[in-house]
Design a protein around this ligand. Structure first.
Ligand code: FES
Length: 168
C-alpha cells in the first residue's frame, strides 16, 4: 500500500533555514486565521522570500493544516508563484501576438538551447531565469525580449548569444 504524500509529510519534520522559518512563522501567525489564508500566506511568503521551495510548501501546508496537494495546486495554477530562487538576471521573452508571429518562439528555442534550461527555470550558476511575458508595449519592434529592465527589439536568434554576454 502506498502512502498519500500529503499525509506522510505531516508526520515528518520539515527542514527549513532558521531565518526562512522565522519569516514564515511571522506571516502564519498574522494570517493563518484569515479567510483565504492559503493564498494570502503564499503571496506574502513569496513577497518576503522571493520563492516558495518544496520545504516551505510542506511547512506551510502543515501549519495551515491543508493537504500539500491543495497548496501545490494553488502554486501551479497561478504563474506568478515561484518555486525556486530567481536568477540574478531575468530574461522575459514576449509572446504577445506581434512578437509571436514575428519569431518569438524561435527566440524561445534559441535561449533554451543556449542556457540549457526550460521556461520558468534558472541556470545552475544562478545567473539567468527564463520567462515568457505578454505584450510589453513595443510591438513595432517585435520580436522583443527583455533582460531585467532592458528591452531588445527586432531580435534575430543569431543575436541572442551576444545579448547574453552583456550580462556575464
Ligand atoms: S506583442 Fe510583444 S511587445 Fe507587443
Amino acid at each position: 500500500m502506498s502512502l498519500n504524500p500529503s499525509v506522510a509529510l505531516k508526520t515528518q519534520p520539515v527542514s527549513l533555514a532558521p531565518e526562512d522559518k522565522a519569516q514564515i512563522d511571522a506571516i502564519l501567525t498574522e494570517n493563518k486565521d484569515q479567510p483565504g489564508a492559503t493564498m494570502l500566506v503564499l503571496t506574502l511568503v513569496q513577497e518576503s522570500l522571493g520563492y516558495i521551495s518544496s520545504a516551505m510548501q510542506a511547512y506551510i501546508a502543515q501549519e495551515l493544516d491543508v493537504p500539500l496537494s491543495h497548496l501545490y495546486g494553488v502554486l501551479t495554477f497561478y504563474s506568478s508563484f515561484r518555486m525556486a530562487p530567481i536568477g540574478r538576471h531575468q530574461i522575459s521573452i514576449c509572446l504577445g501576438t506581434a512578437c509571436y508571429v514575428r519569431g518569438g518562439p524561435m527566440l524561445t528555442e534559441k535561449l533554451q538551447q543556449l542556457l540549457g534550461i526550460q521556461m520558468g527555470e534558472t541556470t545552475e550558476d544562478g545567473r539567468f531565469t527564463l520567462e515568457v511575458c505578454r505584450c510589453v508595449g513595443a510591438c513595432s519592434q517585435a520580436p522583443v525580449l527583455m533582460v531585467d529592465d532592458d528591452i531588445a527589439g527586432r531580435v534575430d536568434p543569431s543575436q541572442v548569444a551576444k545579448i547574453l554576454r552583456k550580462y556575464e
